[in-house]
Write a protein that binds this ligand. Structure first.
Ligand SMILES: [Zn+2]
Length: 310
């Protein structure tokens, strides 16, 4: 009997032990399951977080870019403001030798003759002669590779009160250049040379992008007001003086910006009588900046100027 009791006691203890072991095991399993679930959730959460992190990063990038752009732009605006303020006080804010703004009547007809792709030793001085004789001014958008060796012509244009703008160093299509630095260099290289030649420190050098080709990206990269045109004489195509004179007579209007090229002798042949005709019609022959400032006030960055009607 005593032996039986001992056996029962041992069995009972064993059962209790097994039960306890079972409970512990089950709990451990549950725990591990819990941990696994938690891990799974955590992983999913992490992944989600990572995704949203990525998205955040991207949007941050975009935003920071936007902010940077805005910052740049506001910086540019400030610069331009300062420069223009200097213009009105010191005549040194833009690339023209002397500001004639006080002599311009914003209510009287005016026109801005513009010449791209020069200067040319054969053509540009003849146009300058005609402007000098009539007291008119024009704007020249120079390409960098035509500057060397023509510094005297550039200086003369500047001294006559003409405006010197940039047309990129290599006559490139800016929107097709993927590298931002290259875009800036193409524009700035001309500005630097013009500053060296004119001896002027501050500038709001206008930019006429070759082919009139410009987009928001390029606008955000450059520190120059952009000038397009409203009348394309297509002088490069026709290369005919009579045709150019007739075209100017028929298409000129108050506030127009005319596009020509001081590369072709026919352009000089046609524009010289056209300058006289415009004067007879009562047009003030002004630079682009003079036309903008007399009619719109400050020249603004981020704006593409095409015509400045009253
Ligand atoms: Zn051009």
């Amino acid at each position: 009997m005593k032996r039986n009791r001992i056996i029962i006691a041992i069995v009972t203890i064993l059962i209790i032990c097994i039960s306890i072991a079972g409970i512990i095991l089950a709990n451990t399993k549950k725990e591990s399951k819990k941990i696994k679930t938690v891990n799974k959730t955590a992983t999913a959460g992490e992944a989600k977080k990572e995704d949203s992190g990525k998205a955040d990063k991207n949007s941050d990038k975009d935003d920071s870019k936007k902010y940077a752009d805005n910052k740049d732009k506001s910086g540019e605006n400030e610069t331009s403001k300062n420069e223009i303020e200097t213009t009105s006080s010191g005549n040194e804010g833009n690339n023209s030798g002397q500001s004639n703004i006080e002599n311009i009547d914003p209510n009287k007809p005016m026109i801005a003759l513009t010449f791209d792709d020069g200067p040319s030793r054969e053509v540009t001085p003849r146009i300058l002669d005609a402007l000098e004789q009539t007291g008119g001014r024009a704007t020249f958008f120079l390409v960098g590779y035509n500057i060397d060796g023509n510094e005297d012509i550039i200086k003369r244009a500047y001294d006559l009160g003409c405006e010197l703008g940039g047309h990129t160093y290599g006559h490139v299509n800016l929107i097709k250049i993927a590298d931002d630095e290259q875009v800036k260099n193409q524009v700035n290289a001309v500005n630097i040379r013009l500053r060296e030649i004119t001896g002027q420190e501050q500038s709001t050098t206008l930019l006429r992008p070759p082919y009139g080709s410009i987009d928001e990206r390029v606008m955000g990269l450059i520190n120059n007001p952009v000038v397009l045109w409203s009348v394309d004489t297509e002088d490069w195509k026709f290369r005919n003086a009579e045709e150019l004179l007739g075209y100017v007579e028929q298409n000129s209007y108050d506030g127009a910006i005319l596009l020509m090229h001081d590369l072709y002798p026919t352009t000089a042949d046609g524009i010289i009588p056209a300058i006289n005709w415009l004067k007879e019609q009562g047009y003030q022959l002004v630079t682009v900046s003079e036309m903008i400032e007399s009619r719109r006030g400050e020249i603004k960055l981020g704006v593409k100027y095409g015509e400045i009607t009253p």
